[in-house]
Design a protein around this ligand. Structure first.
Ligand code: SF4
Length: 464
């Protein structure tokens, strides 16, 4: 950096889901390109950006607290993200009248304009591309990432065309807008070239990718690729890294990606937020996907790809849920035998249409159902993980310390699923891929011992 330039530091607070994290990464990358330093704390920063989350009330409160703290510690605050629209934006303004700017999710331009307005950028416009630019040269090709070096989120679209009654994401992020498939493949290639070994495909509805652009055909590296999930999976499956699909709905066309999983092109892992199993509750929720045939579909998928792992989330105590509806859900869980499951008690979100539904379920009944749900699923999950003992699996190492290494196998997405513990094994690094033998399990995690060195993996996999 040129010593004569005054410092231009932007503090950054990133809250919320992986989709918001990707927004933060894009804003940070552009800030770096514009010559700003990113500050890890408020005191040193010339301005602070808070990327908020407005998904549920507790997330909103966390965002409000973060804005308030930034206002107290620094005083020059730019707010963006899911709370930057509608009544949430008004609430932020009312509580913090001196915030410099408020913008909605993925509104990168307004955030950057606001930063430019309060601290002008240092990058010299009109420079020849051959000239050394100290700012651009400091930014890696893959941009600024907030995840560890060995995995990255790949956001393929914005917004959502559904209108689930408990959700305000379409109001915050708008209707589905798919990214061009060429851009997504290019970004994935850059990430892989930078050392990323696992790509996590995210969106609000991955299976709807391309619907908005009528599955537009593009030529990417001379290959014809339609803007649709199957073509994207095929392209990503050629990159030689783990590819994990999140937020998929069980539409019939999802059947077509299962053979890619069976062939080892992409991970045999599907994150499908089922949310409930009672047809009545699903209708009240206005959930997408033909739910009636879901169990048959899961069975057919497992026949094609027996290793398939399914993760899901559910809501109990939704307005109108009777004991009978809940029992349908428990029976469905027993039948579906899902591998990874999260469960939430329904709570109203400001602006969601479900708030107006009759027959809200009292808190004590919600709690009772949540406990019964968790007991059922823990039993299923523990049994499925027990079956893994003795298996050999590839593990991607996330952390290593004096006590050993912690990694994940194909069944575990970062942050939300279980872990594989290699107690006492320290001869490895984050990002290494190891073949391990599973030696123990509880209801969430696995324990393992390494059986091959990194170099041996390929030959081991071939015989697997
Ligand atoms: S599918 Fe439903 S829950 Fe998911 S983002 Fe769209 S409206 Fe919200």
């Amino acid at each position: 950096m040129n010593d004569s330039q005054p410092s231009r530091k932007v503090g950054f607070v990133s809250l919320g889901c992986p989709k918001a994290l990707v927004d933060s990464e894009r804003i940070l990358t552009q800030l770096k390109l514009d010559g700003y330093e990113i500050s890890p704390n408020y005191d040193n920063a010339d301005v602070v950006v808070v990327n908020t989350c407005g998904f549920i009330d507790s997330a909103k409160q966390e965002s409000m607290d973060a804005i308030e703290e930034a206002m107290q510690e620094n005083g020059k605050v730019i707010v963006t993200g899911c709370m930057g629209k509608g009544s949430d934006a008004e609430a932020i303004k009312a509580a913090n009248p001196d915030v410099l700017s408020i913008s909605g999710p993925a509104d990168y331009e307004q955030v950057l304009n606001a930063v430019h307005q309060y601290i002008p950028p240092t990058r010299i416009e009109g420079k020849s591309p051959d000239e050394h630019d100290p700012y651009i040269d400091l930014v890696p090709a893959q941009g600024i990432k907030l995840t560890p070096e060995h995995y990255a989120y790949l956001k393929i679209s914005e917004g959502c065309n559904h209108r689930c009654t408990f959700c305000i994401i379409p109001a915050m992020r708008g209707d589905l807008v798919s990214r061009p498939i060429g851009d997504v493949i290019l970004e994935a290639g850059t990430l892989v070239a930078s050392g990323v070994r696992e790509l996590l495909v995210i969106s609000q509805d991955t299976s709807a990718y391309g619907v908005d652009v009528k599955y537009k055909l593009e030529f990417v590296d001379n290959e014809p690729r339609e803007t649709r999930m199957l073509d994207l999976c095929k392209a990503l499956g050629e990159m030689g890294v783990w590819v994990r699909l999140h937020y998929v709905y069980p539409y019939p066309h999802v059947d077509k990606v299962i053979p890619l999983m069976a062939e080892g092109k992409i991970l045999p892992y599907l994150d499908i937020p089922f949310q409930h199993a009672s047809p009545k509750i699903l209708k009240l929720m206005k959930r997408p996907g033909n739910q009636e045939k879901v169990l048959e579909r899961i069975k057919a998928w497992r026949e094609i790809c027996p290793e398939l792992v399914i993760r899901s989330t559910f809501v109990v105590g939704f307005p109108g849920e009777t004991e009978e509806d809940f029992q349908i859900l428990l029976d469905w869980l027993e039948e579906a035998q899902l591998d990874r499951v999260g469960c939430f008690k329904y709570s109203p979100v400001d602006g969601a249409t479900a708030n107006d539904l009759p027959d809200h379920v009292p808190e004590d009944i919600q709690q009772d159902r949540w406990e019964r749900f968790m007991e059922t699923q823990q039993r299923i999950s523990a049994r499925r993980l027990q079956n893994r003992i003795g298996q050999q699996l590839e593990v991607l190492i996330d952390t290593v310390d004096g006590d050993g290494a912690i990694g994940r196998c194909y069944a575990d997405a970062p942050e939300i699923d279980g872990k594989v513990y290699l107690d006492g094994f320290t001869d490895t690094y984050a990002g290494d891929a190891l073949l391990v033998t599973i030696t123990g399990a509880d209801e969430y995690d696995l324990w393992a011992e390494p059986v091959y060195e990194d170099d041996d993996l390929e030959s081991a996999q071939e015989s697997h």
